[in-house]
Design a protein around this ligand. Sequence first.
Ligand code: MG
Ligand code: MG
Length: 270
Amino acid sequence: MPWDRQITIKSPQELEIMREAGRINAEALSAARAMIQPGVTTAEIDAAAEEVLRKYGCFSPFKGYPGPYPYPASTNVSVNHELVHGIPGKRKIKEGDIVSVDCGTVYEGFVGDAAFTVCVGKVSPVALHLVETVEQALYAGIEKMVAGNHVSDVSSAIQNCAESRGFHVTREYTGHGVGRAMHEGPQVPNYGVPGRGLVLRVGMTIALEPMLLVGTPATRVLPDQWTVSSADGSLTAHYEHTVAVTENGPLILTTLGDGSDPRRNTEVRV
Ligand code: MG
Ligand code: MG
């Protein structure tokens, strides 16, 4: 698919606004994460995130996002083999599931975009390894978000981290620039050869989002026309932050007010 969306450079003032969008988004994701336990529906998880956005007078750019039909919720809640874009609904979470929640926030015209995957109670060893690895892959990519590096340095770091631990990265879905629009340039694949393509510059803001699969890299779209699943039904995981390239190195914008990532380190609920 061609990717001709514009790359925008943000001023320090615009970065401050995006930092606040990211902070509110982190709070919404924390609320969603706190809801996740056996017996809770994916719609209830979505509602917890949406309530936080409403509290701040914000909304999610996911709702109404154009596709086969307008996306109907504020978050994606994707369980087990569902990689991304799971539609919240009546499905109940069970012990042993791995659950990914992706949320966006529009604040004063700018977007924050982030996601996490968490284990519910006791999960299989491969599920735990997968969830730990997707988070490590994200942070491996973030380390490369330095002015002068190439976009493919970020892609390559994510791919190497995932594949060296025995997992696959998706080819069909990518990270992306983010700003006034949820999807701007550049496109940031989860695979690549280092030292190629666009050079990162101070003021670029990119949503990095490794998407990992256990079986093969192949995906398929489920009959609801939104949910993306592994083609073979194997487990998948997704983790995402919006990150700015600054003069002082990478700055994660989608953290809580104290700069912490409350979802860092895989939490296994019992
Ligand atoms: Mg996202
Ligand atoms: Mg994204």
